[in-house]
Design a protein around this ligand. Structure first.
Ligand SMILES: [Zn+2]
Ligand SMILES: [Zn+2]
Length: 241
């Protein structure tokens, strides 16, 4: 098989598992037929934008700040360091996106009124670029790491976005001590003013707890609703203007 097809095969294999999980343990009824095609177009735009962003950001000269003394660390330790730095960056970039001047590049992501595994794919080009910047800044921490670390990151990044937006009932408070879960991220997408700018974490929940944006999913009593409160023309949403 052509190696270039591997990420697509992986994406749809993971997607199939997500479909099965949502079919077996649905949190809310979703009219999949009416939302799926729109998200499929968003996925196409995401793929094109992502490739363009990667080509552009590849040219940014990030110095290798990894001290030579740490080159011999085991790959698993380097991977943990990478995730801590990347996730810390993602938290602050996401927090920045929820400030008034930058909100417009992020609001497309918050537009779905039904949250399910593919709904989180909506991202404007500047949104993708800022998130990708945290990745390339953390990358030197994987200097001389084994190749499997990069495979883990690729799979984990695909799984994570689907996982965060998954429409499942599973209650998972023990896991939320460390990791973001679907019900944790659903609060972030909620239209309830009490949930505004809450639960900004992408992988770890520690940043929300440390920096005052944590909302305990166990405290949510009413049914959540999702989407944008403001009305924005679709083209402006997609471009981020
Ligand atoms: Zn957000
Ligand atoms: Zn989201």
């Amino acid at each position: 098989m052509d190696k270039a097809l591997y990420p697509y095969l992986l994406f749809w294999s993971i997607g199939l598992l997500c479909v099965l999980a949502e079919w077996r343990f649905p949190a809310r009824p979703i009219a999949y037929r009416s939302v799926f095609w729109r998200d499929l177009i968003a996925l196409g735009l995401y793929n094109v934008s992502f490739l363009a962003v990667v080509q552009a950001t590849d040219r940014i000269p990030i110095p290798n700040y990894m001290p030579a003394a740490l080159y011999s660390l085991p790959t698993v330790v380097k991977l943990a360091l990478f995730y801590i730095v990347e996730d810390f960056g993602l938290y602050w970039v996401h927090r920045l996106m929820h400030t008034k001047p930058v909100w417009r590049i992020h609001r497309w992501h918050h537009s779905p009124t039904s949250l399910y595994w593919l709904a989180g794919i909506r991202a404007t080009i500047p949104h993708i670029a800022l998130f990708n910047l945290t990745y390339i800044i953390a990358l030197p921490l994987l200097h001389e790491a084994s190749a499997w670390a990069f495979q883990v990151i690729m799979v984990e990044h695909i799984v994570r976005n689907n996982w965060m937006h998954l429409n499942v009932t599973w209650r998972s408070s023990w896991l939320e001590w460390v990791f973001v879960t679907p019900r944790y991220h659903q609060i972030h997408h909620s239209t309830d003013p009490a949930h505004q700018r809450a639960n900004l974490g992408a992988l770890l929940t520690i940043w929300d707890r440390l920096f005052g944006t944590y909302y305990n999913p166990d405290d949510v009593k009413a049914e959540l609703s999702f989407g944008l409160v403001e009305r924005v023309p679709p083209v402006r949403l997609v471009i981020g203007l």
